[in-house]
Design a protein around this ligand. Structure first.
Ligand code: PLP
Length: 392
């Protein structure tokens, strides 16, 4: 099977030996698993590979973990009830009181909040670094720096860090590297191949793909790190429900196909936006004007439906007029579903340590390009620009 393409392997990643030969695994619902005899209750050796309690995962969890390992080339996978839980648990599994962690300044906001509040309460100190720091990250290391947390690209502002350069410094310093890989979803980006220790995905986004379930995955490059992730999940008592695991596994089968469509449509909309007089900058890594385009070409195989756009200076009444009247783009958090979304980002930018707002003439918006006809989405945006211009 290793000669087939990743797309084919993901469709055929399946456990054999089903009693009833269904294509998809059965969704078992179980806390108690009946064991063969009393001795088996305490036989850890038997249960290293198979669960003796429902929380450790059932058939559907095992198949999802196997398919995710295939997708990202991981030594081990663990499932969490949300993407955020996957981020916070992965950090918790590698850090202890007295440690220091370096976190990208454009990291997903709730991950940042966890670092500032919960990690601090656990005795771990977090510092935020500019995502474009590259091997300059060396100067941010302290003797107790145990981990570097990246996100590719950064939430809202779409910087792409030079991951191999940062990994090289971290490895020389004996620190772990973790990356939030939700945007690349393992299809467009395989960070474990670049030496990153832990790749994290919010399955909620493209893997589930229909905005109707939560899920998170922690994928480890080495068996040693994978074992730490097993431990932290057991210690916190975390489990993903079987229905959620099933929805994630089903989503994985069409992931390549859906992402290719999101990619094509988002590039079409991004190129159109770049030509509009209302637009100051399009933050889409596949556009040559993006400052990290070269890194993206080197480290990624595609771009998903999520990118940013900075408008020219827009007084509040004109911005309000722009936002009022979208027919297709919806206002809402999250992304990765089949529908297009638009999100004004400025209220969220204030939390960043770096002054991102300094060289920005107008508002920042995040767009998620869904699976609608891109021509219809462009018409919806065009009408919004007309409303903006009429109100200037
Ligand atoms: C949405 C998101 C998460 C969190 O996922 P949830 O399942 O909503 O908790 C984490 N990282 C990134 C980059 C996200 O966009």
């Amino acid at each position: 099977m290793s000669r087939t393409s990743p797309k084919t392997r993901l469709i055929h990643a399946r456990a054999g030996g089903r009693r009833i030969p269904t294509v998809n695994p059965p969704v078992e619902r179980a806390s108690t698993l009946l064991l063969p005899d009393a001795d088996a209750l305490y036989d850890d050796l038997i249960y290293e590979d198979q669960p003796n309690y429902g929380r450790m995962g059932l058939s559907v969890h095992r198949e999802l973990e196997g398919a995710l390992c295939e997708l990202e080339g991981a030594a081990g996978a663990r499932l969490a009830p949300s993407g955020l839980a996957a981020c916070t648990l992965a950090l918790s599994g590698l850090l202890r009181a007295g440690d220091h962690v370096l976190v990208s300044d454009s990291v997903y906001g709730p991950t940042r909040r966890f670092c500032n509040l919960r990690l601090k309460a656990m005795g771990v100190e977090a510092d935020f670094f500019p995502p474009r720091i590259g091997n300059g990250i060396e100067t941010r290391f302290k003797p107790n720096t145990k981990a570097v947390f990246l996100e590719a690209p950064g939430s809202l502002t779409f910087e792409i860090s030079d991951t191999p350069a940062i990994v090289a410094v971290a490895q020389a310093r004996g620190a772990y590297t973790l990356i939030d890989n939700t945007w690349g979803a393992g299809v467009f980006h395989r960070p474990l191949e670049l030496g990153v220790d832990v790749s994290i995905q919010a399955l909620t986004k493209y893997v589930v793909g229909h905005s109707d379930y939560f899920g998170g995955a922690i994928l480890s490059r080495t068996p040693g790190v994978a074992a730490k992730m097993v431990n932290v999940m057991e210690q916190f008592g975390v489990a993903l429900g079987p229905e959620e695991a099933y929805a994630s596994l089903r989503g994985l089968r069409t992931l390549h196909t859906r992402l290719a469509a999101h990619d094509a449509a988002s590039r079409e909309v991004a190129h159109w936006l770049a030509d509009q007089s209302d637009v100051s900058r399009v933050l889409h890594p596949a556009l040559e004007q993006h400052p990290d385009h070269t890194i993206w070409v080197r480290d990624f195989r595609g771009a998903c439906g999520l990118f940013g756009v900075v408008l020219e200076a827009t007084p509040k009444p004109a911005f309000d007029a722009f936002l009022r009247g979208f027919e297709l783009f919806g206002f809402g958090y999250s992304w990765g579903g089949f529908e297009s979304l638009i999100l004004p980002c400025d209220p969220q930018l204030r939390r960043m340590a770096g002054d991102w707002t300094a060289d920005k003439p107008g508002p920042l918006l995040r767009l998620h390009i869904g699976l609608e006809d891109p021509a219809d989405l462009i018409a919806d945006l065009d009408a919004a620009f007309e409303r903006r211009r009429a109100a200037l």
